[in-house]
Design a protein around this ligand. Sequence first.
Ligand code: HEC
Length: 152
Amino acid sequence: MSRLKIGLIVLLVILVAIQFVQPARNQSVQASTGGIASVISVPENVQAILQNSCYDCHSNNTRYPWYAGLQPGAWWLASHIDEGKAQLNFDEFGNYSKRRQLSKLKAIQGSIEDESMPLPSYTFIHKAANLSKTDQKLLKDWIEISRDEISK
Ligand code: HEC
C-alpha cells in the first residue's frame, strides 16, 4: 500500500473514533431562577432577539444544530459555549452582583457597537442569528433603560 493510502485510512479511523467522544450537552431541565428577567424587565421582542442570537452560547440551554452531532463540530461548539457562558450567562444574570450586572450590560453594548457578537464563525453557519440594524437599536435602547433600572 502506498503511504498516501495508509495515511488516508489512519485519518478515516481517527475521524470515526472521535465520533464516539461527544461532549456533554448544555441543556438544563431545571427552570432557572436567576434569569435576567428576574432583575430587569425584558420586553418580548428583546427576549426573542437574545434567544435567537445569543442564548446558544450565553445560557443554560443550547438549541443544538445538525453539526453538533458530528465531530469535531461538537467540540468546537462546546468550547464556545463553555467560554461564552463563563463570561456571560443570561440564565445566571440575576445572581450576579449589581456591579457585575452593570459591567456586563456595558460589555453587551460594546459587543453590539463593534459587531463582535454573535461570533462571526457562528453567524457564518447561523445566518439568521445576525443582528439587523433594527435589532441593534432595540437592544441598545433596552440596555440604556436597564442600566438606569439597575442603578436606581
Ligand atoms: C457561538 C457562540 C456565541 C454566540 C452565539 C454569542 N456569543 Fe458572546 N461570547 C462568546 C464567547 C466564546 C465569548 C468569550 C470570548 C470572546 O470574548 O470572544 C463571548 C463573549 C461575550 C461578551 C464579553 C463578556 C465580557 O464580560 O467581556 C459579551 C458582552 C457577549 N459575548 C455578548 C453576546 C451577545 C449580546 C450575543 C448575541 C447578540 C452573543 N454574545 C452571542 C460566544 C458567543
